[in-house]
Design a protein around this ligand. Structure first.
Ligand code: GLY
Ligand code: MN
Ligand code: MN
Length: 455
């Protein structure tokens, strides 16, 4: 959602007060990165419309994250931010003369006073608005047709990108406000989705309820919602939206977030249609997730949280009689990874899987994942202002179970229990956490509480 559309009056004033210091800090850190990397200016493209092959339509547009760092405009192609340290940044705003499509209005909002905004009818007009020589300018974005003629100093220089991405992990007070609002919208969507599930809705109907409650169309969301009934919950990024409800309604796993000011929420809840073993398992997973959240604070190595999650998952699997071995053996044999194959969480911000999760320092290489955990997306030590997801789960995933059944792990798994629970698919509970010096703010639980639901 562009903050233009999204920001009701109640938000404009607090956001205006927060945006100024945020923007000053952004300019300072960008200036420092440019100097370190030997550039005088930065030019960031919002992105190009991507045409559908052999048609005159285009795919849904999403602005590039390095552009959204500067403005909350998430839906405007062919705009540029031009930043030269010490000068007011320019926004070259694409404003074509068009009667097939409605051009976006020139923005006027809580953030616009910080820019010189120049309407540009096309790319040639944008180029004409820029200095004659861009030889010391770093360009970030896609290599659109004609970029070569702009003679920029460098296109997507990796070192500069690393310097910019590294600092993106620490969110400002303004960014935290946007992330809180993205969570509030997401929690509102989740509440409506849970009601649609309770009312017997199909996956598609549950998505429609989510979208309507968030007030966002699918392309405005930070990712396509994962809405999985029954065994579909075992597909981690399930993408089908069945139009008909299943005959037997057992469970819903919904992983869906909203966007505000370009910032994402990433929220998962799992529901059982009736009381029983699966409902009990959801309760236990909720408790496990909360105890992991309690370990989050600045100074903690995220890899330790991930490994702790496997220890707690091993205990849960044993308590639920899904495995027969103790935690040590479940971890060492890889059995916990059969049930929990993904990472415990990731950085969140302008992208749902935000940039910079592995960096030791801007120039200092990457921090390795723990061996045997290829899907962990964050290996850094937490700092105040980091926003991360906490998303433990257990799933009954057909190919992973089949592989375990055919090797030495088979004897550690209680197969009759697995078979009994398989039709429920899986469980994931996911919250967004803002790290502080002493703990974390749970943006998602707070948002559910604001929306009048418990979790
Ligand atoms: N929604 C994708 C994820 O949780 O990482
Ligand atoms: Mn996530
Ligand atoms: Mn998610």
């Amino acid at each position: 959602m562009s903050a233009n559309d999204a920001a009701p009056d109640t938000h404009a004033e607090p956001l205006a007060a927060l945006f100024g210091p945020h923007f000053t800090a952004l300019c300072e850190r960008t200036a420092a990165a440019l100097e370190t990397c030997g550039f005088e200016a930065l030019l960031v493209h919002s992105g190009s419309l991507l045409p559908v092959f052999q048609d005159d339509r285009t795919y849904p547009f999403e602005a590039n994250a390095p552009f959204k760092v500067w403005t909350p405009l998430a839906d405007v192609p062919d705009c540029f931010v031009h930043f030269r340290p010490g000068r007011r940044p320019q926004l070259l705003f694409h404003r074509p003369t068009d009667y097939w499509y409605k051009p976006a209005p020139l923005p006027q909002d809580y953030w616009t006073a910080h820019f010189e905004i120049l309407p540009c009818a096309d790319l040639a007009a944008a180029r004409a608005a820029l200095p004659r020589s861009l030889a010391r300018t770093a360009y970030l974005g896609e290599d659109f047709g004609g970029l070569t003629d702009w003679a920029v100093g460098a296109v997507n220089p990796p070192r500069l990108i690393r310097h910019l991405d590294f600092t993106r992990a620490r969110k400002s007070a303004y960014e935290l406000a946007c992330l809180r609002e993205a969570n509030r919208l997401g929690a509102r969507g989740h509440r409506a989705a849970a009601q649609a599930f309770a009312g017997g809705g199909s996956e598609f109907e549950i998505e429609l309820a989510f979208l309507a409650a968030c007030g966002q169309r699918e392309q405005e969301l930070p990712y396509n919602p994962i809405i999985a009934l029954n065994e579909n919950g075992a597909v981690l990024h399930y993408q089908v939206l069945e139009k008909h409800p299943p005959q037997m309604r057992r469970s819903l796993l919904i992983d869906a977030g909203a966007e505000f000011g370009g910032y994402a929420s990433d929220i998962t809840r799992t529901y059982a249609a009736a009381e029983g073993d699966f409902a009990d398992l959801i309760q236990r997973m909720d408790g496990l997730q909360q105890s992991l959240c309690a370990h989050v604070r600045a100074g903690v190595d995220w890899r330790e949280i991930h490994l702790l999650a496997h220890r707690l998952a091993a205990e849960l699997l044993r308590d639920a009689d899904l495995v027969s071995c103790g935690a040590e053996e479940a971890i060492a044999s890889g059995v916990t990874r059969v049930f929990l194959p993904h990472g415990i969480g990731h950085l969140l911000g302008l992208e749902v899987h935000d940039a910079g999760g592995f960096m030791r320092s801007p120039d200092g290489g990457d921090i390795e994942r723990p061996e045997g955990h290829p899907y962990l997306r964050l290996t850094r030590t937490l700092e105040p202002g980091f926003v991360v997801t906490m998303e433990p789960g257990i799933y009954f995933i057909e190919p992973l179970l089949a592989a375990a059944q055919s090797d030495s792990r088979a004897r550690l798994i209680r197969w009759p229990r697995v078979e009994a629970l398989r039709p429920w698919g899986g469980i994931r509970i996911e919250d967004d956490l803002a790290v502080t010096a002493t703990g974390c703010e749970n943006l998602t639980r707070d948002a559910f509480a604001l929306e009048g639901t418990e979790r």
